[in-house]
Design a protein around this ligand. Structure first.
Ligand SMILES: NC(=O)c1ccc[n+]([C@@H]2O[C@H](COP(=O)([O-])OP(=O)(O)OC[C@H]3O[C@@H](n4cnc5c(N)ncnc54)[C@H](O)[C@@H]3O)[C@@H](O)[C@H]2O)c1
Length: 336
């Protein structure tokens, strides 16, 4: 029996679409990369030729391609709503980047539209699939730390890298286009991560944000954004996002503290420790092999999950409601 495959196209071939989703889709099971789409023709042509697929510069023309059944939308946030809405109207399944839309009202509209159209709409909350975070969740669910009662997460990106990705004046720095500044956008995966790990909703959050001009950078401010959260079960947490470090120092750290006095500590996306009273009891896991290429940050796994949902092989584990909750928490850092 021939297994059904899903025809997929990726639109937006920048940092996330071009470097993560396109190579990921080429590797996943049950999917066939049909086309790549970008308004910049040179870019679309180059990516298409590298992966031996066709390209479109006009999204609406791509929507008329019957071979494209599912779309991964990785264009800048201000265009998510229109593209996702058009795709759904054409009966295509959609995996859309985060934030889904600059404001939650439009995210609710997409949710409703997808439900009525009977298509899958998955927000790209890819931290659910990062190998060492998956292990953290497994350990928590096994009771390794008892009940999680506190969590801390910090994530930094090098100022020079952020400046290349999202220069001053780009859409990512305009709240009306992206919903907030880059800290608003980049905080969302970590917020989602701690909700998922603790297994409770965040009921309260207090943000303090510092935006500082950086030495050696023109017209470019760095952010240090700190949040304190309280979950519905009284567990507490802190979040720290920074873009004021040098290249090579961009990293993330996660600690989940349990009521049995043990702690799970994850460094970046490749290692994990479960603490114990003695060195011999302490357990460490290394994910170097899994934390490579498009699997490193879960893009390949979430694209696989998306395709499996389209093929009815898996039940959707991340919903638009998750994206809306996460975004509502992040939004509180944005000054009116
Ligand atoms: N999941 C993640 O790990 C992750 C990380 C960072 C950012 N993001 C999100 O991914 C999205 C894209 O961010 P990025 O940094 O890759 O952006 P980018 O600016 O690097 O790339 C966007 C691409 O989309 C193209 N584009 C613009 N309008 C288009 C249209 N109408 N049709 C087709 N192509 C169009 C641009 O030409 C560009 O090539 C944003 O929503 C961002 O918040 C996701």
């Amino acid at each position: 029996m021939v297994e059904k495959t899903v025809g997929v196209a990726v639109t937006g071939l920048g940092f996330v679409g071009g470097q993560a989703h396109v190579p990921a889709v080429k590797k996943i099971e049950g999917a066939k990369l049909i086309a790549v789409i970008d308004v910049v023709e040179e870019l679309a042509k180059n990516v298409a030729s590298k992966y031996d697929v066709k390209y479109y510069t006009d999204f609406n023309k791509a929507l008329k391609d019957p071979k494209i059944e599912a779309l991964i939308i990785a264009v800048p946030t201000p265009f998510h709503y229109n593209l996702a809405s058009e795709a759904i109207a054409h009966g295509k399944h959609v995996l859309c980047e985060i934030p889904l839309t600059p404001n939650v009202a439009d995210a609710y509209k997409l949710k409703d539209q997808a439900r009525k159209a009977g298509v899958i709409l998955i927000p790209d909350l890819n931290f659910h699939f990062v190998p060492n975070y998956v292990k953290v969740k497994e350990l928590i669910d096994q009771g390794a730390i008892g009940e999680p009662i506190a969590v801390t997460f910090s994530e930094s990106i090098a100022a020079k890298d952020l400046q290349v990705q999202w220069p001053a004046g780009s859409w990512a720095w305009k709240a009306e286009k992206s919903g907030g500044y880059p800290d608003f956008t980049l905080s969302q995966w970590g917020i989602d991560l701690i909700r998922w790990l603790v297994g409770r909703e965040i009921e309260e959050v207090e943000w303090m944000c510092n935006y500082a001009p950086l030495e050696g950078f023109e017209k470019f401010t760095g952010y240090n954004t700190v949040g304190i959260v309280r979950f519905s079960n009284e567990a507490v947490g802190t979040l720290h996002y920074s873009s004021t470090v040098v290249r090579g120092e961009g990293t993330s750290r996660l600690e989940v503290l349990g009521n049995n006095t043990k702690t799970i500590r994850a460094n970046w996306n490749n290692s994990l420790t479960l603490t114990a009273e003695s060195e011999t009891e302490k357990k460490t896991w290394n994910f170097d092999a899994e934390a490579r290429g498009t699997r490193a940050w879960g893009h390949r796994q979430i694209d696989q999950h998306f395709v499996n949902c389209v093929l009815c092989k898996e039940k959707q584990v991340i919903t638009v409601d998750d994206a809306i909750k996460v975004q509502s928490i992040a939004r509180k850092m944005v000054k009116k």
